[in-house]
Design a protein around this ligand. Structure first.
Ligand SMILES: [Zn+2]
Length: 493
């Protein structure tokens, strides 16, 4: 029996691993369709096909199948591990769970190339439940209980290594890309394409020839990945297509040490326009997501650290409605030292420390990184008591507004009325009654963008950097001030 293995997995430079995996499953399937007569010692039982499971032979076949099944499952785990996903042999399972492994298909643990990798039966309509893991290997599909089991083993081995799972978006999070035909006149005049094609050491601007694109790595990304890899098993997860994801993975991870096959792209998603942890072999309670788009993570908002968008190219700014000069056009960039990735790395370190080292009674395996993320977020504006002044439309319930909820998630107390315990008045106009009260009562008057910026940078920002304009000034700036807009990150020329 031979399997279609013509298409290698997304792994940029581990084709040998891919071939091994194909060969293994090939051999496994060979074994199941014709039971190895040598090991069974009886040529008459040389078939385990579903139609012949009756009579005394059944017992022999079943025992054999059990042994084969555990070997196969172990091998599949090993192979998954070869593809870069950490799963160490599980002590619990080795000893006591022999009984629990006495399982004959169905349910099938999973399929490879349309055939069950335990019994060799062809996948049919009723076997559809489960998830395709095409990024690990084309044609690999795992059943729900097998996924749960692999996830369980993965978590145990990760925790032993003091690691969690980190899911990384690409565009606007780690990089920014532009189509060549979208390059602005200013970018062209500055010779951006020449820079991209130069062969300079430590360069961060690249040409993706085949895709007619330029890609800029976000400042600090290399150090970020290096340090994060000590604390996390890392995945790339992009809505971009597979070929693009693989090209970017090569730029970010030229030695192929961080990601292996763990590069998930749009074709792997199980739901349109949504990203999900269902295709990740890391459990929800240990997974942290970095992404600039909250919308795509509807089911996993608690796992998400929302990133400040990285706009380097003019086309990226245009796409998001910014009419400002792009970083590329002004020869600037985010600062390495306190840009978004450096800030985020600090947050990740804090979360990692709290998860593993906090003096809580909870056993490591029952801790939940979502609770830790929540806790770290609440430290940001702890001790602040905030009153909003005409920031929201008068027809709306202030408690439902994003900024209000954001302040609360950051640990601030939001209230409607002024009293002596209030610390901040948030306003877009210093002429309002509450704004004037703030000035007269020694309270801090600040623009709502202070909350947004504190949210993005996971750190209480200096209030004086977010002054509230006087009514006159405000009308001058009209159109520029947008409470929903992302505050620009720190830059350097
Ligand atoms: Zn099966």
């Amino acid at each position: 029996m031979s399997l279609a293995t013509e298409s290698p997995s997304p792994s940029p430079s581990s084709s040998s691993g891919s071939d091994d995996f194909a060969a293994l499953l090939d051999a496994e399937l060979e074994l199941t369709s014709v039971v190895d007569s040598a090991s069974l010692g009886d040529p008459s039982t040389s078939s385990t096909s579903d139609d012949e499971e009756d009579g005394d032979e059944d017992v022999v076949v079943e025992v054999e199948a059990v042994e084969q099944s555990s070997t196969k499952r172990r091998k599949v785990i090993e192979q998954v591990q070869d593809r870069g996903i950490t799963i160490k042999p599980d002590e619990d399972a080795k000893g006591s769970c022999k009984d629990s492994q006495i399982k004959i298909c169905p349910p099938h643990p999973g399929f490879f190339g349309g055939l069950c990798f335990r019994c060799g039966k062809r996948q049919d309509e009723e076997d559809v439940p489960g998830v395709a893991f095409g990024y690990i290997h084309k044609g690999l599909r795992l059943g729900t209980s097998e996924i749960d089991r692999l996830r369980g083993s993965n978590v145990k081995s990760l925790l032993r290594e003091r690691k969690l799972v980190l899911i990384l978006d690409l565009d606007h999070t780690l990089i920014n890309s532009t189509k060549l035909h979208d390059i602005s006149a200013a970018e062209r005049d500055l010779g951006i394409q020449t820079f991209a094609s130069e062969d300079a050491p430590e360069k961060s601007l690249f040409t993706l020839e085949a895709m007619q694109m330029l890609t800029k790595l976000r400042p600090f990304v290399c150090k970020f990945l290096k340090e994060a890899s000590n604390m996390f098993e890392m995945y790339i997860y992009t809505m971009g297509d597979k070929a693009y994801a693989i090209e970017i993975a090569k730029l970010l991870d030229p030695g192929n040490v961080y990601f292996g096959s763990k590069v998930i792209s749009n074709s792997d998603c199980t739901q349109r326009h949504q990203k999900g942890l269902d295709v990740v072999l890391g459990a929800e309670n240990v997974a942290i997501i970095l992404d600039d788009t909250e919308y795509v993570w509807q089911k996993h908002k608690e796992n998400l650290i929302l990133m400040e968008r990285y706009h380097y190219f003019a086309s990226s700014c245009r796409q998001f409605g910014f009419s400002v000069k792009a970083l590329s056009e002004s020869m600037q960039d985010e600062r390495e030292s306190d840009g978004a990735l450096a800030t985020t790395l600090d947050v990740l370190k804090r979360i990692h420390t709290l998860f593993f080292d906090s003096a809580v009674e909870t056993a490591l395996s029952s801790r939940d990184v979502r609770q830790v993320i929540k806790k770290v977020r609440q430290e940001v504006l702890q001790g602040c008591k905030v009153v909003f002044s005409r920031v929201f439309p008068s027809s709306s319930r202030p408690q439902d507004q994003i900024i209000w909820k954001m302040a609360e998630q950051l640990g601030a107390i939001c209230c409607a009325d002024m009293d002596s315990t209030v610390t901040h008045v948030v306003a877009v106009d210093s002429g309002t009654e509450k704004a004037r009260w703030a000035v007269g009562n020694n309270k801090i008057l600040v623009h709502p963008r202070w909350i947004e910026a504190s949210n993005f940078r996971w750190h209480r920002q200096q209030e004086e950097d977010f002054p509230v304009p006087a009514p006159k000034e405000k009308s001058k700036q009209k159109g520029k001030e947008n409470a929903d807009a992302v505050a620009p990150g720190p830059t350097e020329s």
